[in-house]
Design a protein around this ligand. Structure first.
Ligand SMILES: [Zn+2]
Ligand SMILES: [Zn+2]
Length: 314
């Protein structure tokens, strides 16, 4: 079983500017100055061992889309711009028809605006099942593609599409997983998902604010013993509790504390702030690892920062 991040950004896609690429090249050349490479493999080894991720790679810029891969049918959370890359990957990796199940956390733009560019939705014979907690999900997707906002209407997409309204407190069987939802604190509400299969637990909890005075127990129960917790860490703690209070997002500090208290194995920091560059995200990851070791040195919490293309084995 694998968790694959196709889009890790929140709120807005984040592009990379020319001067950022130039700065990465500068840092790489500077770090390589005293080395004399004799082969391609020595260069590869240098990249792997001497350059930070923010120099040799990038956290990427796609908005929310996560795949949980285990079986023939595709299971996804949200339809941000990462869905476009996922769809292209599916087309390259084998012929259909394909069946997709998409769990919707909520319907802010960054969670739906990849769908009009999801090529498998245009192919007859494919089927897409949407799941969420609203009764107007289909209309939201239709509206997104209505003129004058988009040139191709939702009805033009030839894949079979079905919408399933879920209820809180019930467990559902979706793509071989037991799935339960939880209402979260976010403007216009959002919903987290707990997915279980073969003794493994994955929790998708994005766009969720955890306030000081809120009852944390229902969340801890929802996260309990998760192998992977995908958690909204868009803001710094100061921003989350002061400057951007009630904006509906959480922080790395709250993520670490809740993950450890809930017995989580791997915390995946998610819904990355679009104004944060690669160096900043590298620094936040380092700081978070340090904070976790201070908060509870004996707890073996794995921590990663979501990037487009990150794969977590479960
Ligand atoms: Zn969002
Ligand atoms: Zn949102």
């Amino acid at each position: 079983m694998k968790v694959i991040i196709w889009g890790g950004r929140g709120s807005l896609p984040a592009s990379m500017r020319a001067e950022t690429v130039r700065y990465k090249i500068y840092r790489a050349i500077e770090a390589a100055e005293k080395y004399k490479f004799k082969s391609k493999s020595e260069i590869e080894q240098f990249i792997d061992t001497h350059l930070p991720f923010s120099v040799w790679g990038s956290y990427g810029g796609n908005t929310s889309c996560v795949e949980i891969r285990d079986g023939k049918e595709y299971l996804l959370c949200d339809c941000g711009t990462g869905l476009r890359d996922f769809g292209n990957h599916v087309l390259w990796s084998g012929k259909g028809p394909h069946r997709f199940h998409i769990l919707m956390s909520h319907f802010h733009w960054d969670h739906i605006h990849g769908f009009p560019f999801f090529v498998p939705a245009f192919i007859k014979g494919n089927r897409i099942d949407f799941y969420g907690f609203r009764d107007d999900m289909e209309q939201i997707f239709v509206n997104q593609q209505n003129p004058p906002c988009f040139p191709v209407p939702f009805s033009y997409m030839q894949a079979e599409k079905a919408f399933h309204q879920l209820e809180l407190g019930k467990a559902y069987e979706i793509a071989g997983f037991q799935v339960q939802g939880m209402e979260q604190n976010h403007p216009q509400k959002s919903f987290g998902y707990r997915l279980e299969k073969d003794g493994k637990v994955i929790v998708y909890s994005t766009d969720s604010e955890h306030k000081d005075d809120a009852d944390v127990e229902p969340y801890l129960n929802f996260f309990r013993n998760a192998d992977v917790l995908i958690f909204d860490t868009q803001y710094s703690l100061v921003d989350a509790i002061y400057v951007k209070q009630d904006w509906g997002h959480s922080s790395n500090i709250i993520g670490v504390e809740m993950a450890i208290r809930a017995g989580v194995k791997h915390l995946c920091m998610y819904h990355c702030e679009p104004t944060h560059g690669d160096e900043m995200l590298d620094k936040i990851l380092r700081d978070t690892l340090k904070y976790a070791s201070i908060y509870d040195a004996s707890y073996p919490l794995d921590i990663s920062m979501a990037y487009d293309g990150l794969e977590i084995e479960v």
